[in-house]
Design a protein around this ligand. Structure first.
Ligand SMILES: Cc1cc2nc3c(=O)[nH]c(=O)nc-3n(C[C@H](O)[C@H](O)[C@H](O)COP(=O)(O)OP(=O)(O)OC[C@H]3O[C@@H](n4cnc5c(N)ncnc54)[C@H](O)[C@@H]3O)c2cc1C
Ligand code: SF4
Length: 512
């Protein structure tokens, strides 16, 4: 049974990337912090690395169902554990570009400017990389934004198979570079460099996920309590509607209210929205944080993502850790196309069973044959914020993700171009699969931050405009999805918000 105090200075919903980083930084303030997590610890066991358990039985994925815009039910690829979705992440910890913080013209529209510039944000990226233990080579990425120094650890290096591909790409005039990665792979580190990292949890605790790097160290200070298997249902406000007074939770089949002074929702972009929508009351009839802007849940983004297998039937790819390289030559407008196209990065090594999980009619031996001879890529392009792409709650309380992809022309052009490049370097067979709505791994944008309460849900420090003591600190805050993996930016924003709370909110309340 989870025992907790009756009142906390700060209550955080969700022990994932955003919540973990927030709790971690608040330990410096001496505040009493409670984290409420709907899941439990993910057991470290053989099944962590089993294709059958992870992809066929979906042992660790939520059993919850959501609905798409047509009302069809689907089971999202989302994970409810201490550490959140990062337990299964590919550990790519990448900074967004200077241009991502500014208004950026895409073929299908404009990605809006952020309320903060890259240069203001950069020191928080420095700290986020330290917290996550990023490995990489500063200066190797041809469009890398300015940074204050080297990465915390040197790049993990390419295995010979990948180095050979990098050499061929260089021969084509491209500039591949080491993908910044957060695994414990350096002298004295625990990582054994295995093929089951991206999309799997680490049996050894060597992946630098939010449990290992953020939540665990926060708990070790003794200043943070964590309550497990406890789902937050909604937030309660005082009569004025300006302050949250408590959180209603469901624990072991019963509901109870937990009170505090300051509240932070870090349940992920979709679940934070669901909580705020469920918290509708007389003063906030459209949900908490939705009075002024009607933007809560809107602008949902998740990237245009395609997985690619490029196969050389005559050559076996014996790589173990394939996610060590990335290509940014097409990230911004480029010689090939006058619009940003996206990022290409190595995908964790595909195995036959991973491919047959969603296509059971294909014989596994055939997919094994392909997978043993393929080099695999993740091709990721920006999708743009659109108000009609919106997370809502159906009458029965089920989450609905109303999403129609956009900016696909550029994404498809990148997939075609990368296919041509693969063929030109000796991979004649190329198989691609675009990710659908169930792959909500890069969900973001549902409570964007901004300078104008009429067009954003959060102020530039993540506080809900309509409520004085409520913050959203997870992927919800992103005003644009950019073409990169989001977790490092979520951590950096959490550190930034925590610093603001420490200096301006907690100090002020102590002084009063
Ligand atoms: C397979 C996979 C690969 C990925 N690879 C990468 C990568 O290489 N690089 C990268 O940057 N990103 C990657 N991501 C994405 C990354 O994991 C997410 O962007 C990140 O975890 C989001 O952080 P968050 O704080 O918004 O939410 P999460 O980390 O998901 O945390 C939300 C937490 O809130 C809890 N919660 C939800 N609802 C409630 C509730 N009602 N009450 C209490 N608790 C609740 C959840 O259980 C969870 O612990 C990947 C994701 C997946 C699934
Ligand atoms: S590559 Fe390293 S961090 Fe990733 S799962 Fe394997 S041992 Fe763990």
């Amino acid at each position: 049974m989870n025992t907790i105090d009756t009142h906390y200075d700060v209550v955080i919903v969700g022990a994932g990337v955003g919540g973990g980083a927030m709790a971690n930084r608040l330990t410096k303030t001496g505040a009493r912090v409670l984290m409420i997590e709907r899941g439990n610890y993910l057991p470290r066991e053989a099944d962590n690395w089993s294709v059958k358990a992870v992809f066929h039985q979906r042992k660790y994925t939520t059993k919850e169902t959501w609905r798409d815009k047509s009302g069809n039910s689907f089971t999202p690829s989302t994970f409810y554990y201490v550490g959140g979705n990062s337990k299964f992440f590919g550990a790519a910890t990448v900074r967004f570009r200077v241009e991502d913080f500014e208004e950026l013209q895409h073929e299908d529209g404009i990605a809006p400017a952020w309320p903060v510039s890259y240069h203001e944000f950069a020191p928080y990226y420095d700290e986020a990389e330290r917290l996550m233990g990023t490995h990489g080579t500063a200066g190797a990425d041809p469009i890398e934004p300015p940074r204050s120094g080297p990465m915390p650890y040197p790049a993990i290096g390419h295995e010979p198979e990948i180095e050979a591909v990098a050499e061929k790409l260089r021969g084509k005039g491209l500039r591949p570079f080491p993908l910044p990665i957060a695994i414990d792979r350096h002298d004295g580190g625990k990582c054994i460099r295995c093929p089951t990292c991206d999309g799997f949890a680490c049996k050894l605790g060597a992946k630098n996920d939010a449990e290992i790097r953020l939540v665990g160290p926060a708990l070790a200070t003794g200043l943070v309590d964590l309550v497990l298997d406890t789902k937050v249902l909604r937030m309660l406000t005082d009569g004025s509607g300006r302050r949250v007074t408590g959180i209603e939770v469901e624990q072991a089949g019963a509901t109870r209210v937990i009170s505090g002074d300051l509240f932070i929702t870090s349940a992920g972009a979709i679940n934070s929205t669901a909580i705020l929508l469920r918290s509708a009351n007389e003063k906030h009839p459209r949900g908490l944080g939705n009075n002024t802007s009607d933007q809560l849940g809107r602008n949902y983004m998740a990237h245009n993502n395609t997985a690619m297998m490029a196969i050389n039937p005559l050559h076996k790819n014996r790589v173990k850790f394939q996610k060590s390289m990335a290509i940014n030559d097409f990230y911004l407008a480029n010689a090939h196309r006058p619009w940003p196209m996206g990022n290409v990065q190595g995908l964790g090594k595909l195995q036959g069973g991973m491919l047959t999980a969603n296509a059971k009619w294909i014989p596994e031996w055939l997919m094994d044959l392909f997978a043993e001879r393929s080099i695999d890529w993740w091709i990721m392009s920006e999708d743009l914020p659109r108000p009609e792409n919106r997370v809502t709650l159906d009458k029965d309380g089920t989450i609905r993700v109303n999403y129609t992809p956009n900016n696909l022309t550029s994404h498809n052009a990148l997939v075609r171009h990368w296919t041509r490049i693969m063929r030109s370097i000796g991979y004649p067979i190329v198989i691609t699969q675009r990710m659908d709505i169930t792959v909500s791994m890069h969900q973001c944008g549902t409570a964007r931050f901004g300078n104008d309460p009429a067009t954003s849900v959060l102020d530039p420090y993540g506080k809900v405009w309509d409520v004085d003591n409520l913050y959203v600190v997870d992927a919800s805050f992103l005003p644009s999805s950019t073409g990169f993996n989001p977790s490092l930016t979520i951590v950096a924003q959490a550190i930034r918000v925590a610093e603001h709370i420490a200096n301006n909110v907690l100090k002020a309340s102590t002084a009063a």
